[in-house]
Write a protein that binds this ligand. Structure first.
Ligand code: DLL
Length: 433
């Protein structure tokens, strides 16, 4: 069987067999973490539970969550479940405060990483023999090396460009003629805008597929990238703690219907943000993952803080569960004058107004005790940014849908900072400075 064929076998496994596989993998994982990770042994003992009491995935909800703070408390290597000499690679994700979160990989874990990224690339439209322009950063960040390994495994040629240096990226896109590009959605916007500015006809490039992730994005950004680079753009999701990119991926023929979670490796739950109770399929809450195959850094019920829903799609090609696009992170939620706000809500309003581009940012300030949000957003070419009526239109639409008054600053193209390659900061919260 070809490699793609063997992926298909697992991705189309009937649900009953998938559950049996998950149950078996979970049992082995629980035994391992109880035996080798003191943090988990203590957690089980304190809860009065033995690994054998958990009969399968259906009992997972009886166990406590693991939080990012637990990883920090066990910094750097105390959550590893294997001896140091079996560690083949170490990645780390830098938080906004304090020490980074450290993740170890055995050789076996790297094989899983390669496999899930290769499967994601196939779902995104890539094929062996194609070239991948990899503009995710190489380094401790999992994006660059993660995509690299998966593409190599699939039989692609990797161009390890890494992030930044847009001039060089454009030259490589033109001269090396890769069929697939991967980068953050905001950087794909930058590349599309630069092509336009320099008069490079995107149809003259050879790129057909864009695999975009590492930050939230919307259908408006998809449209902008697909039109601007003449590609089919899909969403790739992941986080270092669980493995890196390749935890879930959208199929290029099922765009907009959610991303498949590779649940033979990462078992997902969505739980209530306040109570931690599992929510029914389709309801929005915090995404939680249990890694059922990882050796070095296995995690039980890891609280990702990402907000989305999970559901089985009856029209899907594969049997695996899907997740909706991430709305934001629970800790990214802004509280403005008592109203909860995700920046993606403002983005959804912006994308419905045909005089605006999806290049925007929010500046949050506090005057005495009053929170203020300024929406800086670029108008489309040919639109007058000083047109008061347009500002007012946006302002009243935001007030009507979100329930908050915001200051509107319409801007000319190029005024809102662009991604230089990494994750783009859409919110500048000056209250915290
Ligand atoms: O961002 C891994 C990755 C690399 C994913 C390349 C996709 C592509 P971290 O740096 O640990 O890992 O950040 C993980 O980024 O919890 C989400 O909040 C956010 N995130 C990642 N992918 C998406 C996505 C990588 N497709 C954190 N949509 C996660 C929305 C995303 N948010």
């Amino acid at each position: 069987m070809s490699q793609e064929g063997s992926y298909w076998a697992i991705e189309s496994l009937p649900l009953e067999q998938l559950r049996a596989l998950q149950d078996q993998r979970l049992a082995q994982m629980l035994d391992r973490i109880y035996e080798y990770i003191p943090f988990y042994r203590k957690m089980f003992d304190e809860a009065g539970i033995q690994p054998g009491d958990i009969k399968g995935i259906r009992d997972l909800h009886k166990l406590p969550f693991t939080h990012k703070s637990d990883l920090r408390d066990n910094y750097p290597f105390k959550m590893f479940a294997v001896p140091q000499d079996q560690i083949a690679r170490i990645h780390a994700s830098s938080g906004t405060t304090g020490k980074p979160t450290v993740v170890g990989y055995t050789k076996g874990d790297l094989d899983i990483f390669d496999e899930v990224v290769a499967r994601s690339l196939v779902a995104a439209g890539a094929k062996p023999g194609m070239k991948l322009h990899n503009a995710y950063g190489y380094g401790l960040f999992t994006g660059g090396l993660g995509m690299h390994g998966g593409a190599t495994k699939l039989g692609m040629a990797v161009i390890p460009v890494s992030g930044g240096m847009t001039d060089r990226q454009l030259m490589i896109l033109q001269d090396f003629r890769p069929e697939v590009i991967c980068c953050t959605p905001s950087y794909a916007q930058t590349l599309a805008a630069e092509c336009h500015r320099r008069g490079i006809n995107p149809a003259s490039l050879n790129v057909k597929y864009a695999v975009l992730g590492a930050e939230p994005w919307t259908e408006a950004i998809r449209q902008q990238v697909e039109d601007g680079l003449k590609v089919t753009a899909t969403n790739i999701y992941g986080l270092s703690e669980i493995i890196g990119p390749g935890v879930s991926q959208e199929d290029f023929e099922e765009r907009g219907t959610g991303s498949y979670i590779w649940e033979d490796h990462f078992y997902p739950e969505v739980v209530d943000k306040e109570t931690g109770k599992p929510l029914p399929y389709g309801e929005e809450g915090v995404l939680v993952f249990t890694t059922i195959t990882k050796e070095a850094s296995p995690l039980l019920r890891y609280w990702t803080n990402d907000i989305c829903s999970i559901y089985y799609d009856p029209n899907a090609k594969r049997t695996h569960i899907k997740m909706s696009a991430i709305k934001g992170r629970a800790d990214d939620m802004l509280i403005i004058r008592g109203v909860n706000l995700f920046y993606t809500q403002v983005e959804e309003v912006i994308e419905k107004m045909d005089f605006l581009s999806p290049n925007y940012r929010l500046i949050v300030t506090r005057e005495n005790t009053l929170d203020e949000v300024e929406v800086q957003v670029e108008v489309k070419p040919g639109v007058d940014p000083y047109n008061e009526a347009l500002s007012q239109q946006l302002q009243s639409r935001i007030r009507g849908t979100i329930g908050l008054g915001m200051k509107i600053s319409l801007m000319q193209a190029g005024m809102v900072p662009r991604s230089e390659g990494g994750k783009l900061k859409r919110v500048i919260d000056q209250r915290k400075l």
